[in-house]
Design a binder for this molecule. Structure first.
Ligand code: GSH
Length: 213
């Protein structure tokens, strides 16, 4: 059985788990934290990041690389569009999720859980307030325009949904809700994704870690 090395705290680990779940591929999630940067970690993940994927003798880091690999390793159901424009849109949304959305949605978790529990530091509440006041609304406005509960690209589930919905697992895990009066389509979209078995399974380890929230 393939192994996803990482911790359920990570939205990128959740992304790989949800992707495999959508493919119907059974996997083992094996605990690996990215601190400290041990020689063993750097050997399998030169940037010292999680997730790392192990499929027999093959090992690779990086959620985007892992999903692209898994798409070709387990072809059905296809989770990357065929059409060039649809493919570009899906990859753009994956990039947007990985480089921008993830950071915003994990701010509360990072400040209130990781800083005290991992680094022994106090949360920076000012940073949380700033991110929520300034950074979050334009992101939710943008996603409100993209949201489709059948799938962000072409009305079917794709890598775009896996990437965009995954960091919302951290957001929900911290008991946060999308303001459905302001962003109704986005709120409905995220609920629809987390009603899917692959996302429920991918989110369960973090919920258990945080006490079933
Ligand atoms: N581009 C990478 C990003 C992975 C990533 O940033 N993982 C975080 C955990 S959420 C990590 O390992 N951080 C440790 C570090 O940056 O030193 C991917 O998609 O897998």
């Amino acid at each position: 059985m393939p192994i996803v090395h990482g911790t359920p705290i990570s939205p990128f680990v959740r992304k790989v788990c949800a992707f495999l779940g959508e493919k119907g591929v059974a996997y083992e999630l094996r605990e690996l934290v990215p601190f400290p940067k041990t020689p063993e970690l750097l050997e399998i993940s030169p940037l010292g990041k999680i997730p790392v994927f192990e499929d027999g003798a093959f090992v690779t880091p990086d959620s985007s690389v892992i999903c692209a690999y898994a798409e070709r390793r387990w072809r059905e159901p296809a989770l990357y569009p065929d059409d060039p424009e649809a493919m570009a849109r899906a990859l753009w949304l994956e990039e947007y999720a990985d480089t921008h959305l993830s950071e915003i949605l994990t701010t509360v978790f990072f400040q209130r859980f990781v800083r005290p529990n991992v680094f022994g530091e106090s949360p920076d509440e000012e940073r949380i307030a700033r991110v929520h006041a300034d950074d979050l609304p334009p992101v939710f406005d943008y996603l409100e325009r993209q949201a489709d509960p059948d799938g962000l690209v072409g009305g079917r589930i794709s890598i775009a949904d896996v990437a965009i919905a995954s960091p919302f697992g951290t957001w929900r895990g911290m008991g946060q809700e999308i303001d459905a009066a302001r962003w109704p389509r986005l709120a409905g979209y995220v609920d629809a994704m987390y009603a899917r078995p692959a996302f429920k399974d991918a989110a369960a380890p973090l919920a258990a870690m945080l006490g079933g929230s």
